[in-house]
Write a protein that binds this ligand. Structure first.
Ligand code: SOE
Length: 381
């Protein structure tokens, strides 16, 4: 078992703990949280041997080979840097950092130190996403013309909905694009193999003021508080964005992100239109992929290991009809990372998303922000 530590134990940190365990390759030796009492309580619930309130204590333990950074975004850069400098492999939540410069620095540092570096772009690990990628590589939908889609949520619809993600100091200057737009852009570049070269963005903040709970609450915890429990604060990050896209082969595209879209809990969709067919997928029904055809009936591919390409089959655990979902994506991603660490052969192909993919997203975010400010198309450098 590869010993690991999870730093930050909110909603997504807990997901990491569970997913690491389900790989059958990793063992969670320690967790790190801001508040020692709360972290102790979580360590007891999850039966984890050690708990700390400082990452340094984890980095001093030579048995811990990997750290998972699941803190608010502002802490990714200093935490990842410390971990790499201490010679520890890192799995980081997205976005990698809050700025392009920080992302470049961490990407270079990880390469210099020859350490395994992964970023949690888990949506790549829905098996039919990988199936779509392989089908495109084999030319099954022909020449790609356009790529469209969205990432919609409703957990920030009310002015009483609050999270550290709303604050630019903790999450970065872009929220909806940085949090869920990065997932979408990573996903479509991964699946299609084409790259976004220019962006034209329109971003909006519907609620300019929100009620901030006097005590911090975890993302998705859905706590109901009373009026006197809040302070009214200004919001400086976007709820919504639509971004027009140009790709490197002349393809066109557009995506919308919206964290105030009632009824959509956490729905990523893409539609890829090619000369021989279209591909349509959404994360709320992840176990089916629609292939649209012009000259014959459309097809629906289902998530069944015996019916997909081996590359997609390799990230399926259960037989067809035994549905897998969100929690399985992290398990499959970590399985590939931990297997790579275990085999320790640098020439093995890297199948998981790396810091360079996080750096790519940082560049895309910077271009989107510039485009919003200038009201013009912006090149992605
Ligand atoms: C919050 O918007 C969030 O938790 C994202 O940060 C995750 O990446 C996504 O999976 C669900 O929503």
């Amino acid at each position: 078992m590869i010993k690991s530590a999870v730093v930050g134990v909110g909603f997504i940190g807990e997901e990491h703990i569970e997913a690491i365990r389900r790989t059958n390759l990793g063992w969670v030796e320690a967790i790190v949280g801001r508040d020692l009492e709360k972290t102790k309580a979580k360590a007891e619930v999850f039966q984890i041997p050690h708990y700390y309130n400082d990452i340094q204590q984890v980095l001093e333990n030579p048995e811990i080979q990997v750290v998972h950074i699941c803190t608010p975004n502002a802490l990714h850069y200093p935490m990842v840097k410390k971990a790499l400098e201490a010679g520890t492999h890192v799995v980081c939540e997205k976005p990698l950092t809050m700025t392009e410069d920080e992302a470049r620095e961490l990407t270079e540092l990880a390469e210099q130190k020859n350490l395994v570096n992964a970023i949690h772009f888990n949506i790549r690990y829905y098996p039919l996403v990988r199936q779509a990628k392989v089908m495109i590589e084999k030319g099954e939908i022909g020449r790609i013309y356009s790529v469209t889609g969205s990432y919609l949520q409703d957990w920030l619809v009310k002015d009483t909905d609050y999270s550290w993600r709303l604050e630019s100091a903790q999450s970065g200057v872009t929220r909806a694009v940085g949090d869920i737009g990065t997932h979408w852009m990573d996903l479509v570049e991964y699946v299609t193999g084409i790259q976004i070269t220019e962006v034209n963005a329109d971003m909006g903040t519907f609620l300019k003021k929100r009620k901030k709970p006097k005590k911090s609450i975890e993302t998705w915890s859905g706590k109901i508080l009373k009026n006197e429990d809040y302070d009214v604060v200004d919001i400086d990050t976007e709820d919504y964005a639509s971004v027009l896209l140009h790709f490197n082969g002349g393809q066109r595209g557009v995506f919308t992100v919206n964290q105030m879209a009632c009824g959509h809990k956490n729905r990523v969709t893409f539609e890829i239109n090619g000369s021989l067919g279209s591909m349509i997928w959404n994360s709320e029904e992840p176990n089916q992929l629609t292939i649209g055809r012009r000259d014959r009936g459309n097809e629906v591919i289902i998530r069944d290991p015996s019916l997909v390409y081996p590359e997609a089959g390799s990230i399926i655990t259960l037989p067809g009809g035994h549905n897998e979902g969100f929690a399985d994506t992290s398990k499959q991603l970590f399985k590939e990372v931990y297997q790579y660490i275990k085999e320790a052969k640098p020439d093995n192909p890297v199948t998981f998303p790396k810091f360079e993919d996080g750096y790519r997203e940082a560049k895309l975010c910077e271009a989107i922000i510039k485009s919003q400010k200038s009201c013009q198309w912006q090149e992605v450098k």
